[in-house]
Design a protein around this ligand. Structure first.
Ligand code: AMP
Ligand code: MG
Length: 419
């Protein structure tokens, strides 16, 4: 029997075997979770002008020296500057301008006195025009409450690197640079093949001995959650002809990746392997992981291909472990560390010595995460995945894990904090 392959080595081999797709330009508003195909470099300083960080009065800091509530300094108000106004006045000695948050600080001013530290007086100058003065109750330093140009970032600075998966805050900062479009890698097109003579599509009546195809819809959802475009094919019964024609249809859809589920073990009806060996080649076979055997990785007419196990839990775990990194790589995304936390076991867990990913729910207790099994760990029991917050990782060689011991838990995305 061939040696079992290590999970991390397999991921490394998959990632090295796959190349990023071409790029395209999309409107910024549609760029969430897309992967940047180029660095974003600031074309301008942000902010581009000195602005006030408070509602108040723009002043010459020197004019406020000695000001206090008991000994206010009175300044002549020569302008009113709302946000969005172009700078228009130059402040002279003894002058102030009323200014709003975000408005440009006028020439001559070098500090803002917040409105809370001022009083207002109004007087007639003798004509019909009112002139205004403000009483300043505190001394401000030069630069107080002034956001200098380039405070956020400088022209020429790299703001985001190629390979970044765009988050809302990334989209915000790209918008702040004035860019309405962004270069991203193309979404991978992923053909999904469900094989098995027992499968019926949801919505159809079930005959004795049949089950609904849950892998197809689940894998399509996993592909979308990983940034891909899912092309879902009709289920194929376990005959060479049916599976072959299903792969033909898949190949006609110009896929960047093909995934099939089931039919890759050594059962007599497992024809998928035979078809793939006809159309392409198989690179990997036995991985030291549970659940997850059997797993096939290869190429079908040059298209990267994964043959996932038929059991739904195994299909999902192997997707997360092996297909997700491939999809990240196709999209040019930097490989992100899997979201893992350390948890204390709330009960004993068993393994057979392969690296095991066991479904657990997490409870918060005395400042630590405590992991409990979600029930049967059968790889056919998808409910245990539905109830899970994460996958407890028992490393290779661990056959028994005692309550109170600590292990990593890989969080299922999105992770809802247990109530
Ligand atoms: P196989 O890999 O073909 O031996 O399948 C393993 C188990 O997974 C069998 O019990 C199948 O009935 C089940 N299975 C295979 N494909 C699917 C599917 N698309 N949805 C739900 N269960 C499946
Ligand atoms: Mg089968």
């Amino acid at each position: 029997m061939a040696e079992l392959l290590n999970v991390d080595d397999v991921v490394g081999r998959i990632v090295r075997a796959v190349q990023p797709l071409s790029s395209e330009t999309v409107p910024l508003i549609d760029a969430l979770q897309r992967v940047l195909a180029q660095d974003v470099v600031a074309p301008v300083d942000v902010p581009s002008f000195a602005s006030s960080s408070m509602d108040g009065y723009a002043v010459r800091a020197g004019d406020t020296s000695g000001a206090s509530p008991e000994t206010p300094v009175r300044l002549r108000v020569v302008a009113d500057i709302p946000a969005g106004a172009a700078p228009c006045v130059t402040l002279g000695a003894g002058e102030a301008a009323r200014i709003m948050t975000g408005a440009p600080v006028p020439e001559g001013a070098d500090a803002i006195v917040p409105v809370e530290d001022t009083g207002e007086t109004w007087r007639s100058d003798g004509s019909s025009r009112l002139s205004e003065a403000v009483e300043v109750f505190r001394t401000v330093e030069s630069g107080a409450y002034v956001r200098p140009p380039g405070e956020n970032l400088r022209a020429g600075e790299t703001v985001l690197e190629q390979g970044t998966v765009l988050r809302p805050q990334d989209i915000g900062i790209i918008a702040s640079l004035g860019l309405a479009e962004v270069p991203v890698y193309r979404r991978p097109r992923v053909a999904i093949i469900s094989t098995g003579s027992e499968l019926v599509e949801p919505g159809q009546p079930l005959a004795p001995g049949q089950i609904y195809n849950s892998n197809g819809p689940m894998l399509a959802a996993l592909v979308r959650s990983a940034g891909g475009e899912a092309i879902v094919l009709r289920t194929a019964p376990d005959t060479l002809d049916a599976v072959r024609s299903c792969f033909d249809v898949a190949l006609q859809s110009a896929p960047d990746l093909i995934i099939s589920s089931a039919g890759v073990s050594v059962g007599t009806h497992d024809v998928v392997r035979a078809v793939v060996e006809e159309l392409g080649e198989i690179d990997l076979w036995r991985v030291n992981v549970r659940p997850g055997k059997p797993l096939v990785y290869g190429h079908v007419q040059g298209v990267p291909y994964f043959g996932l196990p038929g059991n739904p839990v195994s299909a999902m775990v192997t997707f997360d472990l092996f297909v997700r990194p491939a999809l990240d790589r196709l999209q040019g995304a930097r490989q992100a560390a899997p979201p893992e936390i350390v948890a204390v076991l709330g009960e004993a867990f068993e393994s057979d010595g392969r690296r095991s990913y066991l479904r657990v729910r997490l409870e918060r207790s005395a400042g630590r995460w405590v992991a409990y099994s979600t029930g049967t760990q059968s790889s056919a029991a998808l409910l245990s995945m539905v109830r899970a917050d994460g996958l407890l990782i028992l490393p290779e060689g661990v056959r028994h894990a005692a309550p109170g011991s600590e292990f990593s838990v890989r969080l299922l995305r999105p992770f809802a904090l247990p109530g």
